[in-house]
Ligand binder design. Structure first.
Ligand code: GTP
Ligand code: MG
Length: 574
């Protein structure tokens, strides 16, 4: 259901044409009717052949240009109106430039009020319009002569509009809904209702939604298109959304309804900026700039990237700082106006919704690879929020640039190689290093007993370590680890192969065996045994018996009671 906005100078007959086409007077307000002037946006719809045409009627008066901008921020095409009585006027020009900046490049031109002029005047007006449109996106748009009051040309206009609708591409569905609010009001009995054009995804009754930039949450209680209730609505429709959880005063025009967690929450973006050729000054950071995007109009700070200013007619890159996070995506079109002078400066396309590179080095474009390269590593979810495109993770849930991935792989390979024959404790790797290692991306390394080792290294050098063999051979009078490599010793202890007490090292088997003999002795002397009794059954000297008994206490096999040792909770067979 394509949405078409009117455009054109004040009083040129836009609203009258909308009424003639749809039967609905888009001027809703008493003040508008009294002054014969459109102030705010008006909405109307009609069936045209197989399609339904949604019209947004905008004001032509320069004072209400912000409303006009909100009206054309999310439309597929325009109905561009020029009165044959007056011809090309300032807002005819400005509206054309705005449509061009916003990428609205399809439309129909209506030459209105032709009933009020003679044939020659009408022909002159047509020539003027055609000349002015030359080189603009509407250069090839059909020009239809109409008079809404005299009923001239309306069928031709309908036919031209029907053809236009048939040519429009279907709306894109990115699985990520966004609706820029153009109206918000309290409907009797159902609370807050907002209207707007849904783009990029589907909204369904019951959905949790987020409002941007306020961050408020709400739930969709009802959806309506053309006054009919719907359970869910896909992209490309104008709709009314009944929200619970927010007051209508909290949801102004310019707020967007989006799916929570799916949009970047940055308050600055990089974009292209084309400066209007007709501007009589350069564009720099100076000036009170207003950004118009979607239905939003927000004060912004602007920095030109590269040079510090752009001349009229020039195309450049800018970084724009916003007062709050708007849900933007690359490809969104925007217009910049200067508040003080009340003039349109130019506009462009959003290129990077969350720039991370310094102003002096930023080179924004729409490439996803650039977004990844500037970050090195980015989660697939985040990348989707940044680009609006589905992202395929490289490792785990991450997307890595080829450079960042290669660097991480090289770091892991070097660390494992440098770790020596014992390998590298897996816990020494950081999260990303662990991910690439575990994903098998580091060639030639293997995980063994919690350590990364070169896969083609000799078998574990600690198996069959001579000192280990020696302490196992002399369980109760083991030799000290003289000359044993400190790293090897630490690793043997970490694995639990050996235990140390007061500087004396034992094989793990020694403590087990000592506990078994202690258990047998305690079965005969349940009242407790002395250290010398233990020393005797172990067949060793005090030098080893003291630390060994202490290890038994620590293990819970025995417990000290004065000079005696009694059964502990972990005594074998107890
Ligand atoms: N004779 C004749 N009068 C027209 C025609 N279209 C509009 N008018 C008159 O022109 C005046 C302005 O028309 P509107 O439709 O309000 O103009 P507009 O473009 O909507 O004006 P704004 O919304 O304020 O920019 C009204 O008095 C209309 O009756 C037409 O085709 N023929
Ligand atoms: Mg009007």
């Amino acid at each position: 259901m394509p949405v078409v906005a009117t455009a054109g100078h004040v009083d040129h007959g836009k609203s009258t044409l909308v009424l003639a086409l749809t039967g609905t007077d888009p001027d809703r307000w008493a003040e508008e009717k009294a002054r014969g002037l459109t102030i705010d946006l008006g909405f109307a719809a009609t069936d045209l052949g197989p399609d339904r045409l949604e019209l947004v009627d905008v004001p032509g008066h320069v004072r209400f240009l912000p409303n006009m901008l909100a009206g054309v921020g999310a439309v597929d095409a325009c109905l561009f109106v020029v009165a044959a009585t007056e011809g090309w006027k300032p807002q005819t020009e400005e509206h054309l430039r705005i449509l061009e900046l916003l990428g609205v490049d399809r439309g129909i031109v209506a030459l209105t009020k032709v009933g009020l002029v003679d044939q020659d005047t009408q022909q002159l007006a047509r020539w003027e319009v055609e000349e002015r449109l030359t080189g603009s996106p509407l250069a090839d748009a059909p020009v239809v002569a109409v008079d809404a009051l005299a009923g001239i040309g309306l069928d031709d206009l309908r036919a031209a509009l029907a053809e236009l609708l048939g040519q429009l591409p279907p709306p894109t569905d990115r699985g990520r809904a966004r609706l820029w609010v153009d109206r918000s009001f309290a409907a009797r009995g159902s609370g807050t209702v907002v209207t707007g054009t849904l783009a990029g995804g589907t909204l369904a009754v019951g959905d949790e939604v987020e409002l941007r930039p306020s961050g408020r949450r709400a739930r969709v209680r009802g959806l309506q298109t053309h006054g009919a209730a719907r359970d869910q609505v896909g992209p490309g429709h104008r709709l009314a959304v009944n929200l619970v959880g927010v007051s209508h005063q909290d949801v102004r025009r310019g707020e967007a309804v989006v799916q929570p967690g799916r949009w970047a929450a940055s308050s600055r973006f990089d974009g292209s900026l084309g400066v209007l050729a007709a501007l009589d000054h350069d564009v720099s950071r100076r000036g009170a700039h207003i950004l118009h995007v979607g239905t939003a109009a927000v004060p912004c700070r602007l920095r030109v990237l590269g040079p510090d200013r752009l001349a009229p007619g020039e195309q450049g890159l800018v970084r724009i700082h916003l007062p709050g996070p708007l849900p933007l995506q690359p490809g969104d079109r925007f217009v910049v106006r200067e508040h003080g002078r009340g003039e349109t400066i130019g506009g462009g396309e959003v290129l990077d919704v969350d720039p991370v590179v310094r102003v002096s080095r930023a080179k924004p474009d729409r490439s996803v690879a650039r977004v990844v390269a500037e970050r090195g590593w980015v989660s697939a979810d985040m990348l989707e929020r940044l680009t609006g495109e589905p992202a395929v993770p490289t490792v785990g849930r991450w997307v890595a640039s080829p450079e960042a991935l290669a660097e991480t792989i090289a770091l892991v390979a070097a660390a494992v190689e440098g770790a020596g024959p014992l390998g590298l404790d897996a816990a020494a790797l950081d999260k990303k290093q662990r991910l690439v290692a575990e994903a098998g991306l580091v060639e030639g390394v293997a995980l063994l007993d919690g350590r990364w080792r070169l896969a083609d290294a000799a078998p574990d050098p600690l198996e069959g370590h001579p000192w280990l063999a020696a302490v196992r051979a002399e369980l109760f009078s083991p030799p000290p680890p003289d000359g044993v490599d400190r790293t090897e010793l630490r690793e043997l202890a970490r694995r639990g192969s050996v235990l140390e007490r007061d500087g004396t090292w034992f094989a793990a088997e020694a403590v087990d065996a000592a506990a078994v003999t202690a258990a047998a002795l305690l079965a005969e002397h349940p009242e407790g045994v002395t250290l010398s009794q233990l020393r005797e059954v172990w067949g060793t000297t005090r030098k080893w018996a003291v630390p060994l008994a202490s290890l038994l206490d620590a293990s819970g096999a025995t417990r000290r009671r004065g000079d005696l040792r009694v059964a502990g909770p972990r005594l074998p067979g107890a």
